[in-house]
Design a binder for this molecule. Sequence first.
Ligand code: HPA
Length: 286
Amino acid sequence: MEANIPDSETQVARVDAAIAAVRAVTDSKFKIGLILGTGLGKLAERIDVQHTISYDSIPHFPVSTVESHQGRLLIGTLEGVSVICMQGRMHVYEGYSAREATFPIRVVAGLGIECLLITTACGGMNPAYRRGDLMLLSDHINLQGVNPLVGPNVDAWGPRFPDMSEPYDVALRARAKQIADEHAIKLHEGVYVSVLGPNLETKAEYRFLRAIGADVVGMSTTPEVTVARHMDLRVMAIGVITDECFPDTLQPVTLEEVLEAAGIAEPKLTTIMSEVVVSLDEDQSR
Ligand code: HPA
């Protein structure tokens, strides 16, 4: 928890300063934001990048401390569609408050995005899931014990008590499933539970997380989705199962294995994400 939660005016001023810093570099318009998770930075190679802005050059932007995350904003086109992409995200386990970790979401929303497409690494607890599989998030459980909306509410951004009955956009999910079908890509759909981390879970914790209704577990995503929904952005998120979290046969996992599984899943993820982006653009030009 931050020692001093900034008041509404300060929050707005910080976000505005960050927006101005990006706008000083480009006046590009983009309606779609992307967040690339651990080991999932390759989608960025498909972006025809016009501007790269390092997080540390943007005022008040938190800087990702995780080695597998590059910390920069990419602005360019994916399959000809304008996008802004966060290559690298911040996690609460790095020591940021949930509010600080989601500052970039306020900024990309202020820059004009309407849809936020998220990729995330996660551990599979549903016994039908395998390492390297993909799962579309249909819902989530926030067990991080923190919430990015704690503190003074900025009414201009969203309501004090935002609705969470359908955080993941139904039409975008249908789109993703259709694209997956067309490419014969297996795409599970299920519930993501977020924990604080940074340690992986014990067997007893996996049993508990599975029993409360989660299919996968990870250390991110719910703060970003909460903030995005606070601002009424449309959200879609796809998790890559980087390790199997079956309590009865649990094996130790290394970051290398997580990154390897992310690498296996990456082409499938890239196909789905880029086609969703194209279909969103077609909607808008209709
Ligand atoms: N828990 C277990 N396995 C994981 C996680 C997690 O939070 N993230 C990626 N693999």
